[in-house]
Design a binder for this molecule. Sequence first.
Ligand SMILES: O=C(CO)COP(=O)(O)O
Length: 262
Amino acid sequence: MLMRKIYIAGNWKMNKGLQETKNFLETVIPELNKLKLENVIPLIAPAYPFLEEALKGSYGSCMQVSAQDVSVHSEGAYTGEVSAGMLASLGLKYCIVGHSERRQYHNETDATVNAKILKLFENHITPLVCIGETLQQREEGKTENVILSQLSGCLKNIKLLSGEEIILAYEPVWAIGTGKTATPSQAQEVHNLIRNWLKSNYSDKVAEKLSLLYGGSIKPGNLQELLDCEDIDGGLIGGASLKEEDFLEMVQIGRKSKGQEC
Ligand SMILES: O=C(CO)COP(=O)(O)O
């Protein structure tokens, strides 16, 4: 029996406006409603202005909606920022934090990510925390050190008991939007490292239950081989999640993987 939840999570980044968000949901939701999805959770992360529309359009279905980021602050004079409390007031249950694009273009550090996780916890929102090494770090043989340091920095003083309080995504920066996917064995190696770190730093239970997604140039054609890896529990998908038919195909692949009933 499958132990962990499998997420097919679309990070839409700065793509899709209001009408495109509506169109996506009008196509995808009726199809999702026909499926028996036990442990597979379809999720989309639209831009802030369309979260409410996405929540409305997904209401009553298994589709989950996530924000792409959150402020480290609770309220006040922070022009352009959106707090975890504001997201919670919409009824939002998930939020991505620490994406490499936030780290690269907005100078976010592991300490920033840590502060954001705490704010999300206070507001009962599940953080989807991204970590991953750059090409240079991989070529210099630093992948393991980088991943372990990101884990301890992002999860500093974060209490995990069930393992379902948080989702982690391993996204090698060199595989994002480049068409270069990590090979299943490269991805599995890092996922196994993360799973073992969770065992040592939390518990067997947390390591067993925590969903660990892979992200970076996933598409319908390569998702199955990634999901075949023991420690990969779904995908955080950029470009390929924007097309309705690809998203649905990837949900189907998730549903059929890991001995899932279908
Ligand atoms: O950054 C990603 C998801 O968060 C991955 O993006 P791509 O799937 O477009 O490579």
